[in-house]
Design a protein around this ligand. Structure first.
Ligand code: AHG
Ligand code: MN
Ligand code: MN
Length: 339
């Protein structure tokens, strides 16, 4: 019989559909050191919870999921209903999967022991980042870090399992619920971004091997806190203006970080009078984004040290955060060094 070889032709589709997240994870599994498939399954669990949360968020104006939950979290911040919903969805997905033994969440004061006797991973998570933007239909996100536990599998969870340096992360990522939903993650071999196609219920690779520009012209900071800031950061902001940089601030770290990752820029959350250690949490906000920043060619510091080198002392520890394009973060660092 006469045959012809298959040649992919996307011209009639108008767009090319990439490889699915599932297939991508499977095909890269062998690259992980000591790969046994659990980390792959864990990433798939996170993706599943992200789809569910994405669905809840897209209905936010309709259902009963907007507004305050009526409680405060351990940091004294008012919890929104979606903070709590997202926390439940992610924790449940991680529990069912069985690969994770413990979860550190922004919404839980203590470490959650998932009672998975075989779980060899620890997850730190900000289930819903940018809570103040939920009710006003502005982009929000989820941030996660994955660590291998230090103590033997099956033994009680210890502080050393959860208080690991960012440099010990085996994977990290974020989900951005924006004009589309995206999952961006790294396992230490580059950063890949996947866009959710809701009608097919799949994430597709849309941003392979993301690289951030080494310099950009965006600075991202809550300038409303200017009076609360130290002289160093004030003079850096002044320089940004003199350089003609553009100011962009969404107030959702994930969204602000993602824009700067693609376009080039610097995100700054310095220490302030009210928050001497800044506002961003080391374990479930700064570390994951610092890992992604570095893997995409960028940098992340607290003004003095590399974020990934900080040894955490507390679960909900805060840190000043300066993150983004390499030359901009270096330039910011020179302000601090010249003190
Ligand atoms: P969360 O909603 O998880 O508590 O995080 C909010 C964080 C971060 O997303 C954002 O960049 C920052 O808080 C905004 O803080 P300000 O309102 O002080 O600018
Ligand atoms: Mn957050
Ligand atoms: Mn949050």
């Amino acid at each position: 019989m006469k045959t012809k070889p298959y040649k992919q032709d996307n011209s009639a589709l108008g767009y090319a559909v990439g490889v699915t997240l599932d297939r991508f994870i499977k095909s890269h599994q062998s690259h992980f050191p000591f790969a046994t498939g659990e980390l792959s399954q864990l990433l798939r669990d996170i993706a599943l919870a992200a789809k569910i949360v994405s669905r809840e968020i897209s209905r936010a104006g309709l259902g009963q999921v907007t507004g305050a939950f009526g409680a405060t979290n351990v940091q004294g911040e008012e919890q929104q209903k979606l903070d709590v919903v997202a926390d439940i969805r992610f924790t449940r997905a991680l529990t069912k999967g069985g690969e994770v033994c413990a979860v550190v969440s922004e919404e839980e004061d203590e470490v959650i022991d998932l009672q998975n006797s075989k779980g060899k991973y620890v997850v730190a998570i900000d289930p819903l980042d940018g809570s103040s933007n939920i009710d006003v239909n502005v982009s929000i996100g989820t941030i996660f870090s994955i660590y291998r536990r230090k103590t033997p599998i099956g033994s009680p969870i210890q502080a050393e399992d959860v208080l690991q340096k960012g440099s010990e992360q085996v994977a990290a990522g974020y989900v951005l619920y924006g004009s589309s939903t995206m999952l961006v993650y790294t396992t230490g071999m580059g950063v890949n971004g996947f866009t959710y196609e809701w009608s097919l219920g799949e994430f597709f690779l849309s941003h392979p091997l993301m690289k951030t520009p080494s310099v950009g012209n965006i600075y991202t900071i809550n300038e409303g806190l200017f009076r609360e800031m130290g002289e160093t950061i004030k003079s850096y902001i002044q320089q940004c203006k003199e350089m003609g940089y553009t100011a962009r601030y969404i107030g959702s770290l994930v969204a602000d970080f993602h824009r700067n990752l693609l376009k080039g820029g610097i995100y700054l959350y310095p220490s302030t009078k009210k928050n001497p250690n800044g506002k961003i949490r080391l374990l479930y906000e700064a570390n994951a984004l610092a890992f992604i920043a570095e893997q995409s060619g960028g940098m992340a510091t607290d003004g003095k040290a590399r974020i990934l080198d900080i040894t955490p002392k507390e679960l909900h520890q805060r840190t000043p955060l300066f993150i983004g394009s390499e030359s901009m973060v270096k330039d910011l660092g020179s302000f601090y060094l010249n003190l």
